[in-house]
Design a protein. Structure first.
Length: 226
């Protein structure tokens, strides 16, 4: 079975998700309201309609509810403006329960039924009392997601040692593991300060350049050859 789908992003540097376009006339750059497993959400179309086989997807493909109206856009802007208050409430409640957590981002769903808080912390945190306080204040379902330092850098965005905006915050959809072997295969200095990003982890570019270097090395003469 085939479906007509579009690719939608909820954040500029986030992952692209497929949604059933149904009968809507949708083009790249349009804002749409879509159904997700967490409720309704507001996103931007980054890939125009195309036909795909549903056999290629293990996850359910949710539908586009409608093309966003001016009222929807205004409501989404108001939700973004309310994030500042959510930060203040979270930090106040976390301090009350003496939880050592650093809040990175807040993402409310468009229908207001759920709010996701992204945070970093050293080790696991028992935040059950915190969730109850947040749910009581916001009158919504609360989800707390612990993220790593690479995800934190992606949320904030920064300038890499190359002088350009960090790849993770600019165009990479999914953060994938990077290993020191990739630096060795590319014959790079193993000086940590030269192959690490602003997050302190190995540079993302080591991964997406790795396959090219491996293929190129097969065509190059070995060291010592004449």
């Amino acid at each position: 079975m085939q479906k007509r789908v579009v690719g939608v992003k909820f954040q500029k540097s986030g992952r692209m998700y497929y949604f059933d376009a149904l009968g809507y006339d949708i083009q790249v750059g349009m804002d749409v309201i879509v159904q997700t497993s967490s409720g309704q959400d507001y996103g931007r179309v980054v890939m125009g309609p195309k036909m795909i086989s549903t056999k290629d997807f293990k996850e359910e493909i949710f539908p586009v509810i409608r093309v966003a109206s001016p009222e929807d856009t205004q409501k989404n802007n108001e939700l973004k403006a309310s994030v500042g208050e959510a930060f203040e409430v979270f930090e106040r409640c976390a301090a009350k329960h003496r939880l050592n957590m650093k809040l990175i981002d807040v993402s409310p769903t468009f229908d207001g039924r759920k709010i996701i808080f992204f945070y970093t912390a050293d080790g696991r945190v028992d935040f059950r009392d915190l969730v109850r306080d947040l749910a009581s204040h916001f009158k919504a379902r609360i989800e707390l997601r612990q993220i790593g330092v690479r995800d934190e850098a992606r949320k904030y965005g920064s300038i890499g040692i190359c002088g350009r905006k960090c790849c993770c915050a600019n165009w990479i959809n999914d953060i994938v593991p990077v290993t020191i072997q990739m630096a060795k295969d590319q014959n790079l200095s193993l000086n940590a300060t030269k192959i690490s990003g602003v997050c302190g982890k190995l540079l993302c570019c080591l991964k997406f350049e790795h396959d090219y270097y491996k293929e190129l090395s097969k065509k190059m003469p070995k060291v010592g050859s004449r």
